[in-house]
Design a protein around this ligand. Structure first.
Ligand SMILES: O=C(O)CCC(=O)C(=O)O
Length: 299
């Protein structure tokens, strides 16, 4: 999502963190399917959390269905469409140039990550996105806390709005490793939770991942920039995994995992609600610009 990520302080690893480095074989040739990455049963239960943690360590992602209720899902769908409409209408109302790709061309409320792909923070600090079932009481929180050392901080809550007809996006990670190639893969310091607000089908185009690639993106310059060359550059020869999961599921993935948005071959917007969590000392400082689309009172 972001184009450049910096951290301001590295934390000390714990004994359980060190266990993260064991048991990872051949990340270059990882092949896994969505069934194997699905967490069944209550994600807060100890055994399920441990199973998910293992899969997350090895593959860089895991998911579970029914993360939010149909009622909340419906309210989020309507609100996401309305927020996008308000942002794009404001650009037109003020006769501003269309929002071009890249952070410097965007606004504090909305940035285009690729043509037709908007990353929008606008209005996610209000209902329905502040519902406790999306925040403190969310079904993913126990797992997120465990993956981030027991003390996860919310960095962003936003919406990825991909317009019908948008082309496939180049590969990228959302952030870098904290250290270079001299340090083995450390436990995650930052991760995303994606909650698709519509069913993700091959036509509407999900996110596609290179499972295990977070073990190979360490020390690769500008891996967070979008490029079609990244898979070859890191030597990953596994099977790319397109996300095809039902609306209202939650997918957790490591910030350092290679991924891209696939083409939306429908005429409908594809909305994904996302929450980015990190260890409390981490900051992602190059994500949305300071200039505002709405004045303080108008938003
Ligand atoms: O839309 C997606 O599926 C992924 C988007 C993404 O990775 C990004 O905008 O950086």
């Amino acid at each position: 999502m972001r184009e450049l990520t910096l951290m301001n302080r590295a934390g000390a690893g714990t004994a359980s963190d060190e266990a993260w480095m064991d048991g990872v074989h051949d990340p270059e040739s990882t092949v896994v399917d969505l069934d194997e990455l699905e967490l069944r049963g209550n994600p807060a239960a100890d055994a399920n959390r441990r199973g998910a943690t293992d899969r997350f360590r090895q593959y860089g992602l895991c998911w579970f269905a029914d993360a939010i209720s149909p009622d909340l899902l419906g309210r989020c769908q309507g609100a996401a469409d309305e927020r996008l409409h308000r942002c794009l209408s404001e650009v037109r109302r003020r006769n501003l140039p269309a929002i071009e790709r890249g952070t410097p061309n965007g606004y504090a409320e909305i940035v285009a990550r690729a043509p037709g792909r908007y990353d929008m923070l606008y209005g996610t600090d209000a209902a329905p996105f502040t519902d406790p079932k999306i925040r403190a009481q969310a079904r993913w929180m126990p797992l997120v806390d465990e993956l981030l050392g027991g003390e996860a901080s919310l960095l962003f809550c936003g919406l990825l709005m991909t317009l019908g007809g948008a082309a496939e996006q180049p590969w990228h990670t959302d952030g870098e490793h904290l250290f270079g190639p001299e340090v083995p893969t450390l436990p995650p310091h930052c991760l995303n939770v994606f909650i698709p607000l519509v069913d993700i089908t091959p036509e509407i185009g999900g996110t596609e991942f290179c499972p295990g690639s977070h073990h190979l993106t360490r020390g690769i310059p500008e891996i967070y920039e979008q490029s079609t060359e990244h898979v070859e550059r890191i030597g990953w020869r596994g099977r790319p995994l397109p996300l095809e999961i039902p609306a209202g599921s939650a997918l957790l993935f490591d910030y350092r995992l290679l991924h891209r948005g696939l083409a939306n071959r429908t005429d409908k917007v594809r909305p994904i609600l996302y929450l980015t969590f990190c260890r409390p000392w981490f900051r992602d400082v190059h994500n949305f610009p300071a200039r505002r689309l709405f004045t303080a009172n108008a938003g």
